[in-house]
Write a protein that binds this ligand. Structure first.
Ligand SMILES: C[C@](O)(CO)[C@H](O)COP(=O)(O)OP(=O)(O)OC[C@H]1O[C@@H](n2ccc(N)nc2=O)[C@H](O)[C@@H]1O
Ligand SMILES: Nc1ncnc2c1ncn2[C@@H]1O[C@H](COP(=O)(O)OP(=O)(O)OP(=O)(O)O)[C@@H](O)[C@H]1O
Length: 283
C-alpha cells in the first residue's frame, strides 16, 4: 500500500509582526499563497513499527529531525497506530529558504497518512495537529491562499489570487527563522496594509495586490545579506510589478502577469543565483 502527495512551497504576500508574546513567539498577520514548486512524497505502509525517511537531498536530515518524521510520529501517537511507514521525499523546494519546505513536507505527511491509514480526519483536525509541529504547518495542511494570524496557525481562507507568474530566486545563504524574529526591532517597523491585501485578493485585483506586498522581516535579513537587496533590484529592473522577500528569507519573488516578462526576469537572475524558478501562483 502506498500513496503520493505533493508538498507545495508558499510565499508571503504580506508578513506583519504586531508584538512579541510572553511565549517568545511573535503575534503575526500574514497573507500567504502556494506556488507550483513542490516536493513530492511517496509514503509506503510498513507492517513493522518504524518510521523511515529517504531523501537524496544532502541538506535535509534522514532521521527524527526531519519534519516529515515528526508529523508521522505525531499521527502514530495521536491515533495509536502500531504499524510503520517509509517516507520518500523528492526535494525540489530549496531548504532554509523562506518557502516553508519542511513545513509543507510535514503537512503533506499528515494528509498522506490520513489517506494511507484511512483515518478519515478533517483538514481542520490535521491543521490543529500540525500546529504542534510548527507555525507554518497549519497553512500548509490547507494548501490554499489564506490570512494567517496568531503565531501563524490561525488560518482564514481566501480565494486564489489573481492569476500571475512569480519568479523565485534564492542566494546561496541559509537564514535562521528564529534569529530573524529575535533581531526584529518592533519600534521601527513599517507595517504592511494587511486589510488592503486581503481586499485585493477578495476582489481579484492584481494592481492592488502588487501595490500592497510587504514583509517586515526584510528589515532584519536585508542589511545582513546584501545579495537579497541585489536580487530585488535586478528583478525590479527586469520589469517585475512587485518584488518581496518571502518569510524570513532569503528567497525573493517577483510578480508579473506576462510569461515573456517572467522569462526575462529569470534570465537576468540565472547567472547570479543557482536557485531560480518560474512558477504560477496556485492558491
Ligand atoms: C517566517 C515564517 O515562515 C512566515 O510564514 C513563519 O513565521 C515561521 O514559521 P515556522 O518556520 O513554522 O516557525 P516555527 O518552527 O514555529 O518557529 C521557529 C522560530 O521562529 C520564531 N517565531 C516563529 C513564528 C512566530 N510567529 N514567531 C516567532 O518568533 C520563534 O523563535 C521560533 O522558535
Ligand atoms: N523535510 C524537510 N525539508 C526541509 N528542511 C527540513 C525538513 N525536515 C527538517 N528540516 C530542517 O528544517 C530547517 C528549515 O528548513 P525549511 O526548508 O523548512 O526552511 P524555511 O523554508 O525557511 O521554512 P519557513 O519558511 O517555514 O521558516 C532546515 O535546517 C532543515 O534541516
Amino acid at each position: 500500500m502506498h500513496v503520493f502527495e505533493k508538498a507545495p512551497a508558499k510565499i508571503n504576500l504580506t508578513l506583519d509582526v504586531l508584538y512579541k508574546r510572553p511565549d517568545q513567539y511573535h503575534e503575526v498577520e500574514m497573507v500567504m499563497t502556494t506556488v507550483d514548486l513542490a516536493d513530492r512524497l511517496e509514503l509506503i505502509h510498513l507492517n513493522q513499527d518504524v518510521i523511515q525517511i529517504e531523501s537524496e537531498s544532502k541538506y535535509v536530515p534522514n532521521d527524527e529531525r526531519n519534519l516529515a518524521y515528526v508529523a508521522a510520529d505525531l499521527i502514530k501517537k495521536t491515533y495509536k497506530i502500531n504499524s510503520g511507514v517509509q517516507i520518500k521525499i523528492e526535494k525540489q523546494i530549496p531548504v532554509a529558504a523562506g518557502l516553508a519546505g519542511g513545513s509543507s513536507d510535514a503537512a503533506a505527511t499528515l494528509r498522506a497518512l490520513n489517506r494511507l491509514w484511512s483515518l478519515n480526519r478533517s483538514l481542520d483536525e490535521l491543521a490543529a495537529l500540525g500546529a504542534q509541529i510548527g507555525s507554518d504547518v497549519p497553512f500548509c495542511v490547507y494548501n490554499r491562499t489564506g490570512l494567517a494570524q496568531g503565531r501563524g496557525e490561525q488560518i482564514t481562507h481566501l480565494p486564489p489570487p489573481p492569476s500571475c507568474w512569480a519568479v523565485l530566486a534564492k542566494p546561496i545563504i541559509g537564514v535562521s527563522t528564529e534569529s530573524v524574529y529575535q533581531n526584529l526591532n518592533l519600534q521601527t517597523i513599517k507595517h504592511p496594509n494587511t486589510k488592503a491585501m486581503v481586499a485585493a485578493i477578495n476582489n481579484s485585483n492584481y494592481d492592488q495586490m502588487v501595490k500592497y506586498v510587504g514583509n517586515v522581516l526584510e528589515d532584519v535579513t536585508l542589511p545582513l545579506h546584501p545579495e537579497v537587496t541585489q536580487i530585488k533590484t535586478m528583478m525590479k529592473q527586469s520589469g517585475a510589478d512587485a518584488v518581496l522577500m518571502s518569510g524570513s528569507g532569503p528567497t525573493v519573488f517577483g510578480l508579473t502577469r506576462q510569461q515573456s516578462r517572467a522569462d526575462r526576469i529569470y534570465n537576468s537572475l540565472k547567472g547570479f543565483c543557482q536557485d531560480v524558478f518560474v512558477v504560477r501562483l496556485l492558491g
